[in-house]
Design a protein around this ligand. Sequence first.
Ligand SMILES: Cc1ncc(COP(=O)(O)O)c(C=O)c1O
Length: 249
Amino acid sequence: MMKTSSKKKSVLRLVRKANPAAGRIVKADARLLDAEQFLLPTYKRQPVVMTHGRGAYVFDSTGKKYLDFLGGIAVNALGHAHPRIVKVIRREAARAIHLSNLFHNAYQGPLGRKLAAWSGMDRVFFSNSGTEAIDGAMKLARLFGRHSNEPAGTTAKKHRFLALENSFHGRTFGAISVTSTEKYRLPFSPVVPGAEFVRFNDVADLEAKFDDTSAPFSWKRSRAKAEYIPSAKFSGIALAHSPRSTALF
Ligand SMILES: Cc1ncc(COP(=O)(O)O)c(C=O)c1O
């Protein structure tokens, strides 16, 4: 383990490099040192302590204002501290913190009805994170691919997942299993078996790997954020395969 004094110096070097003006103020900020010492290094964090946001802007502990293009990695579409959202969160926190899925609450059913109507789907599954949503979709694909004469506990014939190369889906075991980037997947081998990766927009690769006798197709549409715009031919072929292969999108 690094001694605290040399650790402190290396953190401060990073802080000054990222934001020279902030160095003097952040020097006194023990929070960066605590993070360095006590958090698992699962993310490469900028040496900046964010304190609050307002609308489309966020502010760090030195008072510096940033236009928030990140949006919580593309999940905070509603901005920061909108008064109506703050009001509802305050109200609900004062009512009950957590009641579990063992009972009904006043909101899930009606929200499910709205989401089903907007999406054209029959039912809704709520999860707390993107990676749980992917894991849920993979489990649905496996259930959907299992024929009634294939008992639970056996490997169903249709058990393969096809996913896009260069995609990212989150950090649970299911999600990393369908993530082609090796640094996310290989350290945790063996991962959930059955995944294969298709080159983005490569119709021949898709055709070759889309085995219509054995491939439920679980494919998250959003690849690495905005760069993912599949060609009409590529998505058309994937969609055309879906009835034959019990594909799920
Ligand atoms: C494209 C994509 N999918 C899934 C995830 C995982 O979402 P979560 O962090 O909510 O588990 C991320 C997270 O960055 C992501 O960028």
